[in-house]
Write a protein that binds this ligand. Structure first.
Ligand code: G3H
Ligand code: 13P
Ligand code: ZN
Length: 330
């Protein structure tokens, strides 16, 4: 067992308090390899932002639990080497069992999500409460979820959103003791968040997705004032990156994300953690495809992973400064 404190990580409690008071959101960027991690840390150090490094169960299998522990420790030391001791959280994304959460805590995670949202309400409460009881012994913070996002979540494919029912949140928070709550207000996972027929077109012909259900968020905030709320599925799916991917041989069709102005609005509320994975995947793939197409003679991975890392860093910096408002808050 290694405590996250020995690795120089922090849990999310203080970060969320400050983010709610300061009306911004902490970035939760998914990663599973070194270049993504380097880009995240470089961006957050340069813009002086706290950060949540987020690992899904699939990413943990891909990267290996032991390597991840040292990567996270490396991230803390790397940030210091770059000149800033920014707060860094290592968080399990969409944990689906008690055992997985326990194992992550034993390998140095400072925060875990137990996603029981696909279970009936009482089972979700029971599972979440069990994880909270274990995690809090080690001062590890826990995120729970109520409501199901459309798209692929935790290997479950949902065709439609099941919006969070505000009348459940007080009871859920009280019975489970969770530190933060993910809610479903119309975001969804992946790069195809909406079908074109669900969208309208503006004067320039750009597809505008249906608005997020801020009425549900408002109602949740009324019932649990000041409680940390999490938004999953919050990639914006930048169309310039999609265009580069398709220009250089990709085949992404109807890729549509969450408009940035909606995320800015959410970040000013009790939403204090915003999850972004797909946008990073797009930025990385766009740079790799472009580099490979323009330089077919190159075969050293550093020649295409280097530009991918740069492109990722630019994307992350944009999020910190212009979307989440976390720049300068470390
Ligand atoms: O919410 C899901 C995250 O984007 C992680 O995706 O399970 O493919 O690593 P993954
Ligand atoms: P995106 O697919 O919109 O990036 O969402 C990521 C996420 O919610 C990770 O938990
Ligand atoms: Zn998610």
């Amino acid at each position: 067992m290694v405590s996250y404190k020995e690795l120089g990580l922090v849990n999310s409690r203080e970060l969320f308090k400050k983010a709610i008071d300061g009306q911004y959101a902490i970035p939760a960027f998914n990663f599973n390899n070194m270049e993504q991690l380097q880009a995240i840390i470089q961006a957050c150090v340069e813009d002086n932002s706290p950060v949540i490094l987020q690992v899904s169960s699939g990413a943990r299998k891909y990267a290996n639990q032991t390597i991840l522990r040292y990567l996270a420790q490396g991230a803390v030391e790397y940030a210091k080497e770059l000149g800033k001791n920014i707060p860094i959280v290592l968080h399990l994304d969409h944990g689906d069992t008690f055992e997985l959460c326990k194992s992550c805590i034993e390998y140095g995670f400072s925060s875990v999500m137990i996603d029981g949202s696909h279970h009936p309400y009482d089972e979700n409460v029971e599972l979440t409460r069990k994880v909270v009881e274990y995690a809090h012994q080690y001062d590890v913070t826990v995120e729970g979820e109520l409501g199901v996002l459309a798209g692929i979540e935790d290997a479950v494919v949902a065709e439609h959103h099941t919006y969070t029912q505000p009348e459940e949140v007080e009871d859920f928070v009280a019975k489970t003791g969770v530190d933060s709550l993910a809610i479903s207000i119309g975001t969804s996972h992946g790069a195809n968040k909406f079908k074109p027929e669900q969208c309208t077109r503006n004067a320039e012909g750009v597809l505008i997705p249906p608005p997020l259900r801020f009425d549900i968020l408002d109602e949740v905030e009324k019932r649990i004032p000041g409680f940390p709320i999490v938004l999953h599925g919050a990639s914006s799916v930048p169309q310039d990156q999609v265009a580069i991917i398709n220009q250089y041989g990709g085949k992404l069709k109807d890729a549509i994300g969450i408009p940035e102005d909606e995320l800015r609005r959410a970040a000013k509320s009790a939403v204090c953690k915003i999850n972004i994975d797909s946008d990073g995947r797009l930025a990385m793939t766009a740079a790799i495809r472009e580099t490979m197409a323009l330089h077919p003679e190159w075969f050293d991975p550093r020649q295409y992973l280097g530009p991918a890392r740069e492109n990722l860093k630019e994307l992350y910096k944009h999020k910190l400064v212009s979307v989440l408002g976390s720049a300068g808050k470390a």
